[in-house]
Design a protein around this ligand. Structure first.
Ligand SMILES: O=C(O)CCC(=O)C(=O)O
Ligand SMILES: [Fe+2]
Length: 344
């Protein structure tokens, strides 16, 4: 019994699942079969010559560089999502992280749920959704939500710490460069992100979606937008990520060779609504487990988010204020209200 790895979803939230069985079970509110696949805009980052930018003195690549930045800005405003190739995070780094991620999640539930598991802070391990008021707000998944600087506390073995740490470090520098490119198009100072975002303010979230017997009726991850500047997402080959474009849900084709970038609420506010923080969700698979890892690029709590162009669509707010409002709304309604709270 004690070696079961799956969280006790149904046992812990009996009322949510009981209510479900009383309702017509065949009235599923999302049909996976009806959802079309989409091809995300793909951006080749080799043109940014990230790693030797300072040495690129003759400027011969600047045309390519500008083109790449523009493509990113168009994708951020039309889709809020794009995928990147030649992103500079070696496949080996991703593979090692995924291996360690799987090892962590495959430990018994009772160990993962221990307060001091792996020396992580108390609320790092999350599963289900304790604030869900109905099944539509439930998430059939588990996650380790780790502030970047807490990775160094992971005590298991050096390999776990270094593999996860290396992925996070590479993701942090990729996130900063992407944010700088996207910020450039808005007229942000080149130091804006370096000044406001430190590794200590960003998070790594490793997700696991166990096979779900009610996969037509329960989400793997409920619909949401991310509360950061941007997210770097690695997903494995299983699939299930969907995004909402022009009122329609679309499935993202899984491709473990690419990284997915999505715009978060803070970039939407900073860009005065030009870049879109798009709602997304994960549809659970009935038989296969799925893994993903998201790096949330966030500013410090004190950072004030205010758009560069006027008239402003949103009132200025600090990241701390934003998070507190989100938490308050989630506690009260089971869901996040988000940026619309700050509309002028
Ligand atoms: O697992 C995925 O593909 C998406 C994860 C996600 O949206 C999140 O962790 O915020
Ligand atoms: Fe997300």
């Amino acid at each position: 019994m004690d070696d079961i790895i799956e969280p006790p979803f149904q046992e812990t939230y009996p009322t949510l699942f009981e209510n479900f069985s009383e309702k017509a079970a065949d009235e599923s509110w999302f049909g996976m079969d009806d959802v079309e696949y989409c091809e995300l805009p793909q951006i080749d980052l080799s043109r940014l010559h990230f790693w030797n930018l300072e040495n690129d003195e003759d400027g011969s690549n600047s045309e390519d560089f500008d083109k790449c930045r523009k493509e990113m800005a168009v994708a951020a405003s039309e889709w809020g999502f794009f995928q990147v190739v030649n992103h500079g995070i070696p496949q080996k780094v991703i593979k090692n992280m995924k291996y360690e991620q799987k090892k962590l999640f495959h430990q018994p539930f009772c160990k993962k749920a221990e307060e001091s598991f792996m020396n992580l802070s108390a609320n790092s391990y999350r599963w289900g959704n304790p604030t869900a008021t109905c099944l539509g707000q439930f998430s059939w998944s588990e996650a380790f939500h780790i502030p970047h600087t807490d990775i160094s506390r992971l005590d298991e073995c050096n390999r776990t710490r270094s593999s996860i740490g290396l992925f996070a470090t590479k993701a942090a520098s990729l996130a900063q460069r992407l944010a700088e490119c996207l910020g450039h198009n808005l007229g942000a100072k080149s130091s804006y992100f370096r000044d406001n975002c430190l590794p200590s303010s960003s998070y790594l979230r490793m997700n696991r979606y166990p096979p779900c017997p009610l996969s037509f009726d329960v989400y793997g991850l409920m619909p949401h937008t991310d509360s950061d500047f941007l997210t770097i997402l690695y997903q494995d080959q299983v699939g299930g990520l969907q995004l909402r474009k022009d009122g329609k849900w679309l499935s993202v084709k899984p491709n473990p060779e690419v990284l997915i970038i999505n715009i978060g609420d803070l970039f939407q506010a900073l860009s005065n609504g030009v870049y879109k923080s798009i709602e997304h969700r994960v549809v659970a698979h009935s038989e296969v487990e799925r893994f993903s890892a998201a790096y949330f690029y966030c500013p410090s709590h004190e950072a004030v988010i205010e758009s560069f162009s006027k008239p402003a669509v949103y009132r200025k707010f600090s990241f701390k204020e934003y998070r507190q409002q989100v938490q308050k709304d989630v506690r009260a309604t089971g869901d996040k209200i988000g940026l619309s709270r700050f509309l002028l």
